[in-house]
Design a protein around this ligand. Structure first.
Ligand SMILES: [Zn+2]
Length: 398
């Protein structure tokens, strides 16, 4: 070592940092971090202090902060207007930079806001309660800080921009505002990494990576970086329900990392004691290795992917189930069943795998969605599904 002023952080130091960050952000004291609340402001202040401690350069419009204001529409058919002034709710993105004097910049992001006391977006029924959002997305925010610590102590070709977004839960407000008001030239952005819900790595170590079709450079390197034998489950599309979508829509390659859906999602029980911290560290280390390999490549080419708007089927009916997006066997595995919907009425349960619906064989999520799009309200059909090795039949009425 000739030039480094500080030693690279050990795994042990990273792990205790991850725990401290998740515990701070997901504490009741922060009240669920809804945009515009005191808890969200405290979280942003905390992140700015951490960015400074790590030695990141401030890259917001007000130090590390990039404030934006959203005026909510009075008419539900109008879109919310995101700007810097006017009446409405104000949030702050928190932005830090590592300047390696490069022409290209890699963006890493994670949203730090959550649902506050519930209301909109919550799946909780009952009295209002603090939605701590430990997995969604204190986990990704903590991972962002850990990656900043690692990347600060390695040698790279690219610059790095770290953005903690606010207003994600309301409709990707913070990332939308950033791409329209970027604090670096978007032309120089190489690609964007988004971490949203990375704290629940399961026993099989399944890590979902969405957006792998947005650059031809991604797929060949995903397994090369996989020295901890994670089980990678990939999807092509650059459009999804999180902040990477804002960057993809600017024609930038994106990857979204996700450890899977669970029953505490958007409920007050998404707490810090349910986080798999060792698993979270594995995700951080995987992303670090992948970023290092991608950093050694020339600026990545962008490819458009087939997205929901054009290609995917339209539905007029639903079964009322949460599909298990990490399942890669044959069929569509159910991860949750909603109350008073057709699936519940037909006796379907979490863990059942749907294999046939009417005339259609279900091999994966896409064929399930295609099959579903053929039905209309009032239709009846037969379902074949597997439960604990047995094949069963049910009748469903939509
Ligand atoms: Zn989220």
């Amino acid at each position: 070592m000739t030039f480094s002023c500080k030693q690279a952080p050990s795994d042990q130091a990273l792990l205790s940092g991850l725990k401290a960050d998740v515990n701070y952000l997901a504490a009741d004291d922060l009240g669920g971090r809804a945009i515009g609340t005191e808890g969200e402001q405290k979280a942003a202040d905390y992140l700015a202090v951490e960015f400074e401690k790590i030695g990141l350069e401030a890259k917001g419009t007000d130090g590390y902060f990039q404030p934006f204001t959203v005026s909510k529409p009075t008419n539900p058919h109008e879109e919310a207007v995101i700007g810097t002034d006017g009446k409405g709710v104000t949030g702050r993105n928190v932005i830090g930079f590592i300047d390696n004097q490069s022409e290209k910049t890699i963006v890493l992001g994670a949203h730090f806001d959550h649902l506050g006391m519930g209301a909109q977006g919550s799946l909780h029924r009952g009295d209002s309660a603090i939605h701590n959002g430990a997995d969604d997305n204190a986990s990704g925010t903590a991972a962002l800080l850990a990656l900043a610590k690692k990347l600060k102590h390695e040698k790279h070709n690219s610059n790095f921009l770290f953005i903690a977004f606010s207003g994600e839960e309301n409709g990707l407000w913070g990332s939308n505002y950033f791409v329209k008001n970027p604090t670096i030239d978007l032309e120089n952005v190489n690609f964007m990494i988004n971490m949203d819900m990375v704290g629940r790595l399961n026993e099989e170590k399944t890590l979902a990576i969405n957006g792998v079709g947005t650059s031809p450079s991604f797929v060949p390197l995903l397994e090369t970086a996989n020295s901890d034998s994670l089980k990678l489950v990939t999807s092509e599309s650059g459009v999804g329900p999180s902040d990477h979508t804002s960057f993809y829509l600017q024609d930038l390659p994106v990857l979204h990392f996700f450890t899977g859906q669970h029953e505490d999602y958007h409920r007050p029980s998404d707490d810090s004691d349910l986080i798999n911290y060792e698993g979270l560290l594995l995700v951080v280390k995987y992303i670090d290795r992948l970023v290092n390999q991608l950093d050694a490549e020339p600026k990545l080419a962008f490819s458009k992917t087939k997205d929901s708007s054009g290609d995917s089927p339209r539905f007029t009916v639903s079964l009322g189930v949460v599909p298990d997006y990490l399942y890669d066997g044959k069929g569509m595995r159910i991860d949750g069943v909603s109350e008073d919907k057709p699936a519940q009425a037909a006796g379907l349960m979490k863990g059942d795998v749907i294999l046939q619906m009417g005339d259609s064989t279900i091999v994966d999520m896409m064929s399930y969605m295609r099959a579903l799009s053929a039905f209309e309200k009032g239709d009846e059909t037969s379902l074949t599904y597997e439960r604990e090795g047995a094949k069963l039949e049910a009748k469903v009425k939509f």
